[in-house]
Design a protein. Structure first.
Length: 417
């Protein structure tokens, strides 16, 4: 199989060497394949370096020096060609290259029986053919395709036995058997480890892709939370029939939402009132939010939550959620009465507070799959993420009720501010 042409994402092969030296090869599936290509180079060139000192003495003792020299040159050329192909491909060998490599290794083993003296076939690199065949199998252990790999291993083992057969009946029989089994053990372990590494790399790629998708969805949700109320307000301001009193109230809310949008676009958390770590008085927070909707027929009953304080992050999210609920009332419900009620009770773990927003407007279908961005993200998702329970009930023609319940602390000695 010819080397694949580099794609737009591939880097020149020499960069793989510098990346390896500096530890910059990516821990991805593609990075693993680049590392495996360097492993192939190391195996084949390492084998060639071990073969090099044997050339002259091998030619000297061979019964067929010309055949020995030609065999040695063929093995050396194969090592160089395989190394170059691995570097250019930036990955392990293709199946056709592996098959050709194994065929050559088998031919050299069989020819070794004609040109390598019997006493030089074990324990010396003059009989280089088994080492060359092992290098071919280790390189092929990285090739995808189990059937071809098993067939290559079987053929090489048979050829190796034929190469060493003349010594199998002597005192070296156990050594012959051990050397043959080396093929099976080393190559099988290489195959298992390579397969495992590819699984790990693939799982890592999948995890990174999932994390990127989650981050993208989270950013989309943050954008929806940051921009929803502002979009609703701009839609109201565009209404030419909007009452002047309502328009003034809407403009004040628009200034607030503009600051929130600006904070979001600048990469800051779009909370307007204080640091997330500052506790805030629940009653004061609800009063401040409802005051921005003075155009609504709104009644607030908050005395039962007097003294309750909530975490700054919860307070900011609660303010935003209450604004979204009241924007819905203003924009969609046509309510004649809106009641905001706050309550609190002591529990073994502290204080449990509840804020309820009820209107007698036209109501809606509460199937969550059909909720708009305001209810789904600004109210439900934003608050539940901070540990605040959200329950919304409504029926067409019967108004709607939102119950928000969370944990806080109660200070009895002073009014929460």
């Amino acid at each position: 199989m010819p080397p694949t042409a580099p794609t737009s994402t591939q880097r020149p092969w020499w960069h793989a060497l510098t990346d390896l030296v500096h530890g910059r090869i990516a821990t991805t599936a593609s990075g693993l394949e680049r590392a495996l290509s360097l492993l192939v180079v190391g195996i084949r060139l390492g084998t060639l370096l071990q073969m090099a000192p044997s050339l002259a003495p091998g030619v000297a003792v061979s019964q067929r020096p010309g055949l020995y020299l030609a065999s040695w040159i063929a093995a050396a050329a194969a090592a160089v060609v395989i190394s170059v192909l691995a570097l250019v491909r930036q990955g392990p060998l293709g199946r056709a290259v592996f098959a050709a490599d194994v065929v050559l290794a088998v031919v050299l083993l069989l020819l070794g029986g004609l040109c390598v003296p019997t006493d030089q076939r074990i324990g010396t690199w003059i009989g280089f053919q088994p080492g060359n065949a092992l290098g071919a199998l280790l390189s092929g252990a990285l090739v995808r395709g189990l059937g071809l790999w098993v067939a290559g291993l079987a053929v090489v083992v048979v050829a190796d036995v034929a190469f060493r057969w003349a010594q199998a009946s002597s005192d070296n029989a156990s050594t012959v058997i051990g050397n043959v089994l080396t093929y099976v053990v080393l190559v099988s372990v290489s195959r298992v480890v390579t397969t495992y590494m590819r699984r790990v790399a693939a799982d890592g790629d999948a995890a990174r892709a999932e994390a990127a998708a989650l981050a993208r969805r989270d950013e989309e949700r943050r954008a929806q939370v940051a921009l929803h109320n502002g979009a609703a307000i701009m839609r109201l301001l565009a209404d030419p029939d909007l009452d002047d009193g309502v328009r003034r109230a809407v403009r004040q809310e628009a200034e607030r939402e503009a600051r929130r949008m600006r904070s979001y676009l600048l990469g800051r958390r779009p909370d307007l009132d204080g640091d997330d770590g500052d506790e805030r008085g629940l009653v004061a927070l609800v009063l401040a939010t409802t005051a921005r909707f003075s155009d609504l027929p709104l009644h607030a009953a908050l005395d039962l939550a007097e003294g309750v304080r909530v975490d700054g992050a919860v307070g900011a999210a609660l303010d935003h959620a209450l604004a979204a609920l009241l924007l819905n009332v203003r924009d969609h419900s046509g309510a004649s009465t809106v009641v905001v009620h706050a309550d609190a009770e002591a529990t073994p773990d502290g204080t449990r507070w509840t804020v309820t927003v009820h209107d007698d407007g036209r109501g809606f279908d509460t199937d969550r799959a059909r909720w708009g961005v305001g209810l789904r993200e600004v109210v439900h998702a934003q608050l539940t993420e901070l540990g605040v329970d959200v329950e919304i009930t409504s029926r067409p023609g019967h108004g709607s009720t939102a119950v928000l319940t969370g944990a806080g602390a109660r200070v009895e000695s002073a009014r929460a501010v």
